[in-house]
Design a protein around this ligand. Structure first.
Ligand code: FAD
Length: 553
């Protein structure tokens, strides 16, 4: 039997999505949506762009207003209403009207929790300063905007180099502020592996953004409108504005208070129908612990797509549809000025953590046919199983066409495809858009060749471990390229001259030979020449000099 009354906590991604789906499925149901803030269904993901002036109109941040939602979906929307408590026995919630201060109870047949995640705010001395902000909602956005304008801010420190920190850095730059990013890890964008993030490091610096890596904030000291940010290393940065973007944690307090089970990550534990440990209460979005699609472990992956989909699934299940949420693979993308970085699935760090065997290849492919004007290079990294080639993850950094390639790879991962399948994908081609062999096909060819043993590879981080005395490090680029910079200890034989120079290196037939060129393509040809001429231990440097040099910059 369908429930008559559903109460929803949280009126943005998961909550609003659940409310709309419930109404589409049941015209009679009483649906009440409580939102603590003053807005519902706002564009969290668009907030940084309002600060940067890219989104100019405040109203554009509001995907839906309470009035609009009431009119279209006939939902009882109550903003400025915070749910303080859940009485699971009586099946009612206690709600505080944040305008009047009054509290009251509201009963439910089914309850959906979509309270999201709150920005992490560690107890650093001085963190309560007036010029220190986190960005979560529309109110925060306007507060940051107002502060910048009324205090004529000229510079900013962004603490944290994740997606939100980077987007804020870009947008503050657009406003003319001088930005420094402080990041505790040795790289920005944790979902990328180091050598892919290193492309972003170089790019950010080229845009005038200061990047302080491997350092954290020890204290904030305020002096008038200025703040001195003291770092663990002792470095001091003086700034007008601080944006804290060091991550989020699930808002699970309400669930915990109600005795609902939490998972090992601190997120609300849910089953495949998104029911909590109490079957009358569902939970969705950033607040829940989900399974990682690749490694199957419990994880927190706070993204808008999963939150919206989960809202719909919970609503379906409440209305008797046997819908399930399977897992999250963490497909995400960020634009920074002209560059785009995107990931899906697991990276090397995660695969290592879970002891999942993997191989990975890097390619540098033009975004479309190079004879058509405007092609730019994109770096693609694909991770896959050494046993059967099943895809485990992908990362792309580039200027054009990154979004469509990551989505193709994300779809392939979701379909449990292998690198052999990537070769076969028939993707749209005309010169302005791609090449007859799309970069995704190319990644499939390189990975398949590696898997079949035609193309043994070595990674950039293994180069420093080589026994230089007994290894031939062979640069197969042109002499001109070699003269402009090469891996120390390498010798240069351009690929087109390799066949006639084989006699010079015959002493290495049974020794390690590492071949490289700019991207790995010419050295792949060199690898094939050498392997078919009796060189037994040849490996091609994955991603070539481009990947090695950027990782060692
Ligand atoms: P939210 O959308 O955060 O909604 C939760 C709501 O619940 C909040 O409005 C909160 O006020 C309310 N609430 C909490 N507790 C209570 C209570 N007790 N009573 C009443 N109301 C309550 N994801 C992407 O995939 N791509 C992006 O580009 C992207 N960019 C982002 C940029 C920013 C600045 C931010 C902050 C997030 C971004 N995200 C992005 C993440 C994405 O917005 C979230 O994953 C998504 O909104 C989560 O949905 P949710 O419903 O779980 O929580």
């Amino acid at each position: 039997m369908k429930p008559k009354k559903v109460v929803i906590v949280g009126g943005v991604a998961g909550g609003a999505s659940a409310a709309a789906r419930l109404r589409r499925l049941d015209e009679e149901m009483e649906i009440i949506l409580f939102e603590r803030g003053e807005h519902i269904s706002y564009a969290n993901c668009g907030l940084p762009y309002y600060i940067g002036g890219v989104i100019k109109d405040k109203d554009d941040l509001l995907v839906q207003t309470p009035e609009g939602m009431i009119k279209r979906f006939n939902i009882d929307i109550r903003v400025n209403s915070e749910v303080l408590d859940i009485d699971v026995e009586k099946k009612q919630v206690e709600v505080k009207n944040r305008v009047t201060g009054e509290s009251y109870f509201e009963s439910y047949d089914k309850l959906i929790l979509s309270p999201g995640a709150e920005p992490v705010k560690p107890p650093i001395p001085g963190i309560e300063g007036k010029n220190i902000f986190s960005l979560r909602n529309v109110r925060d956005t306007f507060d940051i905007e107002d502060y910048i304008v009324s205090n004529n801010c000229k510079n900013a420190v962004v603490v944290g180099g994740g997606f939100i920190g980077l987007e804020m850095a870009e947008n503050l730059c657009h406003r003319g502020l001088k930005v420094t990013i402080v990041e505790m890890a040795d790289q920005v964008m944790a979902p990328l592996d180091y050598e892919m993030a290193a492309i972003i490091h170089r790019y950010l610096k080229s845009k005038g953004i200061e990047l302080v890596l491997k350092d954290g904030v020890k204290a904030f000291a305020h002096e008038g409108k200025k703040t001195h940010v003291e770092l663990m290393s002792g470095t001091k940065l003086e700034t007008d504005l601080v944006i804290l973007a060091i991550g989020v944690r699930p808002e699970a307090t309400l669930a915990k208070k109600a005795g609902l089970e939490l998972g090992e990550t601190g997120g609300i534990k849910v089953n495949k129908h998104l029911q909590t440990s109490n079957p009358h209460i569902y939970a969705v979005g950033d607040a829940v612990e989900i399974a990682d699609f690749i490694n199957g472990s419990p994880a927190l992956i706070p993204l808008a797509g999963p939150a919206n989909k989960q809202g719909r699934i919970a609503a379906n299940h409440i209305c008797g549809i046997e819908d399930t949420y399977k897992a999250t693979q963490g497909t995400s993308i960020v634009k920074l000025f002209d560059i785009t970085a995107a990931v899906t699935g697991n990276n090397e760090k995660t695969l290592k953590k879970f002891n999942i065997p993997y191989l990975c290849v890097h390619i540098h492919s033009p975004s479309h046919a190079t004879y058509y004007p405007g092609a730019t290079l994109m770096a693609i990294k694909v991770l896959f199983s050494p046993e059967d080639g099943q895809l485990l993850g992908a990362q792309i950094v580039g200027y054009k066409g990154v979004d469509k390639r990551i989505d193709v790879l994300a779809t392939a991962i979701r379909g449990r495809m292998t690198v052999y399948d990537l070769q076969e994908l028939e993707l749209a081609y005309a010169p302005p858009y791609s090449s007859a062999k799309d970069p995704v096909n190319m990644a499939g060819y390189v990975a398949s060749n590696t898997l079949m043993g035609h193309h043994p590879i070595i990674q950039w981080y293994d180069i420093q471990e080589l026994d230089q005395e007994n290894t031939l490090l062979l640069d197969t680029r042109t002499r001109e390229e070699y003269s402009m910079g090469a891996i120390p200890g390498s010798i240069n034989i351009p690929v087109d001259e390799l066949r006639e120079n084989l006699d010079k290196i015959t002493g290495y037939k049974d020794k390690d030979v590492v071949v490289y060129c700019r991207s790995g393509q010419r050295s792949y040809i060199a690898t094939r020449i050498l392997m078919q001429n009796g060189f037994n231990k040849v490996r091609n440097l994955s991603g070539g000099y481009l990947t090695w040099s950027i990782a060692n910059q």
